[in-house]
Design a protein around this ligand. Structure first.
Ligand code: ZN
Length: 332
């Protein structure tokens, strides 16, 4: 997830590399675009506030560049800023947009452009909603809405990521690997300050990182909400910095979210499930900062070490329980 520091770095140093570059002559742009679209995107214009219905449009879908059709934003990151321009908290991809310091109009601002074709889109400000705290203030004229229906007609599967901490990652990995719609599960470390931590450092409990798994899943087969619910029901979310006999901050219960929508869903499921627990749920729900994959020998651990005592006594019963409780959600 991009934060204001990343934006400043892009604007001051170098922008991310785009997936493709689209170049056309002014004449070609004029021919392709309406006069209004041309003035905003190619001549750095600004449309009148509240001039587009897109401000109040929150249905599912994605937003592409009106000039080159590159994907720029997803509706899950759109929010009502009240400013009169469509507003987003995050681009669809880190390299979708380029950033440029803009000192015109006696203000220091950061201009945002389509990273593929340099179309002027609007500006970005550090006063948006959590978790990114960014507000991309975008001219509706620069955007093309792609409806969710049109999107699902295309056969391309868009995978999403989820990141959970629930104690020892050998256990949580073994469980989520078995769910339908889950493509990959990677064990790793998140939530702390130490860069590129190793397992030995993690075991000290002083890195701030938790043992986590990062799941790549197909939202058409399993919803993020279902994954969150299964996460809460397959570990103990009420013991602070502890999971069974494993004690330390590295074993804390956590959900590291990838966007504003995940943050909202995770909190809703927590609130809903609290009634089913006698103790208070202490799960940390926080925007993902960084994820460091764990060493290779930790990956796919249970499946390759089934006879190892920890696996046989601690993990195998959890896998059995999952198979009984969530039978209909398992891979065949
Ligand atoms: Zn473009």
């Amino acid at each position: 997830m991009l934060k204001w520091n990343d934006i400043l770095k892009f604007a001051q140093q170098a922008n991310p590399t785009p997936d493709k570059t689209v170049e056309k002559t002014e004449k070609e742009w004029r021919k392709q675009l309406t006069l209004e679209q041309y003035e905003v995107t190619r001549l750095h214009g600004t449309e009148q506030a509240f001039s587009s219905e897109m401000c109040q449009l929150f249905e599912a879908g994605r937003y592409a560049c009106v000039c080159c059709e590159s994907l720029l934003f997803d509706s899950s990151e759109k929010f009502n800023s009240g400013t009169g321009w469509p507003s987003f908290t995050q681009p669809a991809k880190d390299n979708a947009i380029s950033y440029h310091l803009d000192n015109t109009h006696f203000m220091e601002r950061v201009e945002v452009r389509c990273n593929c074709c340099e179309a002027h889109l609007g500006h970005v400000f550090p006063d948006g909603p959590a978790p990114s705290s960014l507000r991309y203030c975008i001219n509706a004229l620069a955007l093309n809405k792609i409806s969710a229906v049109a999107d699902s007609n295309s056969n391309a599967t868009t995978m999403e990521l989820a990141t959970f901490g629930g104690g020892c990652f050998w256990c949580t990995e073994a469980l989520f690997q078995r769910l339908k719609g889950v493509a990959t599960v990677v064990s790793g470390y998140s939530g702390g300050e130490t860069k590129n931590p190793n397992y030995r450092q993690i075991c000290t409990g002083k890195t701030g990182h938790a043992e986590v798994i990062q799941i790549s899943f197909d939202p058409k087969q399993i919803a993020y909400a279902e994954l969150v619910e299964i996460h809460f029901k397959t570990h103990d979310p009420t013991t602070l910095n502890q999971q069974g006999a494993d004690k330390g901050t590295q074993y804390r219960s956590a959900i590291f979210t990838h966007n504003a929508k995940q943050q909202q869903i995770a909190q809703q499921i927590l609130d809903k499930l609290q009634a089913e627990f006698e103790q208070r749920i202490v799960t940390e729900i926080k925007a993902l900062d960084s994820f460091y994959p764990a060493e290779d020998y930790h990956q796919n651990y249970f499946n390759t070490h089934k006879n190892q005592p920890y696996c046989a006594f601690n993990i195998a019963p959890k896998v059995d329980k999952l198979q009984r409780k969530f039978a209909e959600k398992l891979k065949i």
